[in-house]
Design a protein around this ligand. Structure first.
Ligand code: ADP
Length: 447
């Protein structure tokens, strides 16, 4: 059992982990950059260590400083949160080499899923349906033409090392292929230092459906249903819900069962998300994320379990506190991502919060590291809060979301809150009738 863990992250997710640890009686160590000396996670943790200057690469990504912080504080394990080092297999290896525990899957599983081509091949071997596409990497434009001609247009070119929606380009027809191929490659090179790309059939009207899975670290695997994260801007999620409004209980049991079996067969340990595109009743694997996701609270909402607690338990070797049969869906949950961004262009809007008031009441959860007088630094992600609501059914959750949004006050900076007020007036959102392109179309017409 751990006495003390270190959280190698900042913002709302650092708070999220501190809260779970505290309920388990585990002491916490925050790490922070000089720009985050006054951050909420530093105030909330039992101890804190400054690990470097503002830039992420010199602080939250600086492995030696994080290991040293464990050594000086006596922390036995590291929770990586999401982003930063959470899917860095090299980091996991270094953590283990220092006799510390990484709260997450093995370096081998992270490496396997971090390379999207290997991930797809592995998924296929495990019986998971995948998007039709190239067999492995596409080295040159001639091969790209051949693959596209066989598959049919439109096609999407994606970075093997991709993430965060970068290095992805669509070609609607052969005339656009060469340009798309070259831009995808140069974006991939710039973002990930690896210009390898692969190709997939570009699906026209899919939903993004992802299955939450958990490996117990003892050869067992469970699934916690799906989340619908189709509302996206630039391939990034802005609104997520569970259960998926378009997924039937039979489909959930089928795809969930396939995913849970795959996790067990892999011997995977900890939380993971298997992402699919869903169109015309079929699921197509796109990737697996080997970490806790931003949108995990909607799953917690409908199952009433604490996923961070389960991550810590699995890392301690205790396994999960529930079995598949214990998991019953209760109601509906929705999360919205509030960013420090100025509409209509979503340009970054850091600065000082002059007034902050979080909504409350039945079924309302606000995960945020904001406080009155806090200055949002310009160096990091623009996510400043997640508002999560739970209701007995989808209409109740939507009404609660509108009510809670009305109570939320964030003054001093521009945020994406007005976007959600507007979306809650849209018939398609109220009926759940949207696919992965809906929001981009709506933004083009309305903003
Ligand atoms: P990343 O790791 O960069 O997030 P993903 O492979 O998870 O990349 O894809 C992110 C999003 O891009 C998906 O949710 C979807 O909106 C879009 N996308 C990816 N692959 C396809 C495809 N084959 N057809 C249509 N849209 C796609």
């Amino acid at each position: 059992m751990f006495d003390k863990i270190l959280i190698a992250n900042r913002g709302e997710i650092a708070l999220r982990v501190i809260r779970a640890a505290r309920e388990m009686g585990i002491a916490t160590v925050a790490v922070h950059s000089t720009a985050d000396a006054d951050a909420m996670h530093v105030r909330m943790a039992d101890e804190s260590v400054c690990i470097g200057p503002a830039s992420g690469s010199q602080s939250y990504l600086h492995i030696p400083a994080i290991i040293a912080a464990c050594e000086v504080t006596g922390a036995q394990a590291i929770h990586p949160g999401y982003g930063f080092l959470s899917e860095n297999a090299n980091f996991v290896q270094i953590v283990e080499d220092h006799d510390l525990t990484f709260i997450g899957p093995s370096a081998a599983h992270i490496r396997m899923m971090g390379d999207k081509i290997t991930a797809k091949e592995t998924a296929e071997k495990l019986g998971i349906p995948v998007v039709p596409g190239s067999a492995g990497g596409v080295p040159d434009i001639e091969t790209a033409r051949k693959v596209a001609a066989e598959m049919g247009y439109p096609v999407i070119i994606k970075a093997t090392a991709g993430g965060g929606g970068r290095g992805m380009k669509v070609a609607e027809a052969e005339a656009k292929l060469e340009h798309a191929f070259r831009t995808a490659r140069s974006e991939a090179k710039a973002a990930f230092g690896n210009d390898e790309v692969y190709m997939e059939k570009y699906l026209q009207k899919p939903r993004h459906i992802e299955v939450q899975v958990f490996g117990d670290g003892k050869g067992g695997g469970v699934h916690l249903g799906e989340r619908d994260c189709s509302l996206q801007r630039r391939h990034q999620k802005v609104f997520e819900e569970a259960p998926g409004p378009a997924i039937s209980p039979e489909e959930r049991a089928r795809i969930g069962g396939i995913c849970a079996d795959a996790i067990a067969e892999m011997g995977y340990a900890g939380a993971g998300t298997i992402e699919f595109l869903y169109e015309d009743g079929e699921f197509y694997f796109i990737e697996m994320n080997t970490r806790l996701q931003v949108e995990h609270p909607v799953t917690e909402g409908i199952f009433g379990v604490d996923l961070v607690r389960e991550q810590i338990r699995v890392a301690e070797g205790l396994g999960l506190s529930f079995t598949q049969d214990d998991l019953q869906i209760n109601g509906h949950a929705i999360e919205i991502r509030i960013n420090a961004e100025k509409l209509p262009n979503f340009s970054p809007s850091p600065g000082k919060i002059t007034q902050y008031h979080a909504p409350g009441g039945l079924g309302v959860r606000m995960d945020s590291a904001l406080y009155d007088g806090y200055s949002i630094p310009p160096y990091y992600d623009s996510l400043i809060g997640k508002l999560i609501v739970h209701g007995r059914d989808r209409p109740e959750a939507l009404a609660r979301l509108a009510r809670a949004l009305g109570e939320l006050v964030i003054d001093g900076i521009e945020t994406t809150i007005p976007l959600f007020h507007a979306l809650l007036g849209e018939e398609d959102i109220l009926t759940g009738n949207y696919d992965i392109h809906w929001l981009e179309h709506w933004l083009a017409e309305n903003m």
